[in-house]
Design a protein around this ligand. Structure first.
Ligand code: AHR
Length: 501
């Protein structure tokens, strides 16, 4: 057992945690929509065709926004195919996933689904094969009250009230050669600027997100982002980052240090945003929308990504294990710690496709990654405290000596409640952790929340749905500090009451 100390100080904060970091992403891909959120005729679905078990699974994740309809799908999507009488909608060949798209679920169904869950829609527009005009028309259809062609069409389609969509993604991963309509950065910047201006012309209250690099492995990483940001700076609110973590080398110690890389990416964007702000001599700020993130490497390429022109094929249905759940917790820790930069983050995705829940006709399975997401979403609010950690390191394969603990913390000044989110990344060491809060005494700690296990590859399955589930653990209070014992490969969430002194 090694020893670590986490020092927190209510005056050392990166600011208010933006709850939008708990958002999600839903794409027309595989069984995400059809057989996922939408399954008309199934005994588990409601009168709108929405799967009730999926709705119930979504609510504890408290997603403030869900991004839709893609992803790669959006870059050749005509949103007009997905509105109006269902029987008259065209069936299309989807370029991105080689799937047959029936269009029986479109913008209006998505917004209805959001309202049923209790989340807000975040829409992406097609800047691959689509036009700035079509993007602005979607804003008009969605947000204009009435009295224009597109708003009246929405009303005729059964939605008298505007959808009130606040967040808009200007295309998706346009730096990727796989993307429909992929162009060089300068060309994308022009498209984004033109579309964004028209869209804000229709509704000046919306916020827009330009498509940053699709990952830090891309040859133009940061350079693409710089070009796009410099051109659009005055008219845009966020830039997107995407990352899918991979453990193809099957090296658990190395993979569990993934948080170091996630932090690095946020740092890269922090620097770039500061640089562009400086060269523009601008007083405005642009923030980061980390709008695709997850673990994804097993179900990739070949038959995993090619639907053979089927409807709702089984595509990229990644199965998650314990080590993946610990990486998920590190993403969330990084978003919380960097509250001043990361304002939006979308788990990619939410159902069946690289998702925390899987469905089959007669039921739903909670994957390992579901559990930390729910617990963090429940407790991470207030301000983000900057943790100062004094603790051991471990050897994370090629990543070298890495701090064993990955930590974030939330604090509510009004109630004095502090919550620590702690990952022990080391596969073999337990750690005895002391948490001090400067100027405060820990007055009470309920049970800690713990997700751990001996086998990093343990996963839930239809036959064993509870192989990876959280348990409670003791959190002691001694001399005004909290004390916890963290097993190897664990994530713990400790909610602490504090009083002055
Ligand atoms: O989430 C799956 C895919 O990953 C998305 O369609 C794309 O944006 C990313 O490459």
């Amino acid at each position: 057992m090694t020893i670590a100390t986490i020092n927190l100080d209510p005056d050392r904060t990166t600011g208010e945690i933006d709850r939008r970091i708990f958002s999600g992403f839903l794409e027309h891909l595989g069984r995400a929509i059809y057989e996922g959120v939408y399954d008309p005729g199934n005994a588990l679905s409601d009168e709108c065709g929405f799967r009730r078990d999926v709705l119930d699974a979504m609510r504890p994740m408290r997603m403030p926004y869900v991004r839709y309809p893609g992803g790669n799908f959006v870059s050749d999507y005509d949103w007009k195919d997905g509105i109006g009488p269902v029987g008259e909608r065209p069936v299309r060949a989807d370029f991105a996933w080689q799937t047959t798209e029936p269009n029986t679920f479109g913008t209006d169904e998505f917004v209805d689904w959001c309202r049923t869950v209790g989340t807000e829609p975040m829409l992406a527009v097609n800047l691959g094969t689509g036009t700035a005009r079509a993007a602005a028309e979607l804003v008009e259809y969605s947000n204009h009250p009435s009295g224009t062609h597109w708003s009246d069409l929405r009303r005729a389609n059964g939605h008298a009230d505007p959808h009130g969509v606040k967040l808009w993604c200007l295309g998706n991963e346009m730096d990727g050669p796989w993307q429909a309509g992929h162009v060089p950065a300068q060309e994308y910047a022009l498209r984004a600027e033109q579309a964004g201006k028209l869209m804000k012309g229709v509704d000046p209250t919306i916020e827009t997100i330009i498509a940053g690099s699709s990952g830090n492995h891309m040859p133009e990483y940061m350079e693409w982002d710089r070009v796009a940001l410099e051109y659009t700076w005055d008219h845009v609110d966020y830039i997107s980052a995407h990352r899918y973590s991979r453990n193809e080398r099957d090296d658990t110690p190395w993979f569990l240090a993934e948080g170091v890389e996630i932090e690095r990416i946020i740092e890269d964007y922090r620097s770039l945003l500061g640089y562009v702000r400086a060269v523009k001599k601008s007083s405005k700020r642009v923030y980061l929308s980390f709008d695709e993130w997850n673990v994804w490497y097993r179900a990739r390429g070949g038959d995993f990504s090619h639907g053979n022109w089927d409807r709702a094929p089984h595509l990229i249905e990644e199965e998650y294990n314990l080590e993946d759940a610990l990486v998920i917790a590190q993403y969330l820790n990084a978003f919380i710690r960097n509250a001043d930069v990361v304002k939006i983050a979308c788990l990619a995705q939410i159902v069946n496709v690289i998702a925390p829940v899987l469905t089959r006709k007669d039921g739903l399975l909670f994957q390992s990654i579901y559990h930390p997401i729910v617990r963090y979403a429940e407790l991470a609010s207030g301000i983000s405290l900057t943790p100062v950690v004094d603790g051991p390191v471990y050897t994370a394969g090629e990543r070298g000596e890495t701090p064993v603990l990955d930590v974030s913390a939330a604090y509510d000044g009004a109630t004095g409640k502090a919550t620590a989110f702690v990952v022990n990344r080391d596969p073999s060491q337990s750690v005895r952790v002391t948490i001090n809060i400067s100027g405060r005494s820990v007055s009470g700690a309920g049970d800690g929340w713990l997700l751990t296990g001996d086998d990093p590859k343990a996963q839930n399955s239809w036959d064993a749905p509870k192989a990876v589930v959280p348990s409670t653990c003791g959190v002691a209070v001694e001399d005004g500090a909290a004390r916890l014992e963290m097993p190897p490969m664990s994530v713990m969430v400790a909610a602490l009451g504090t009083v002055a002194g």
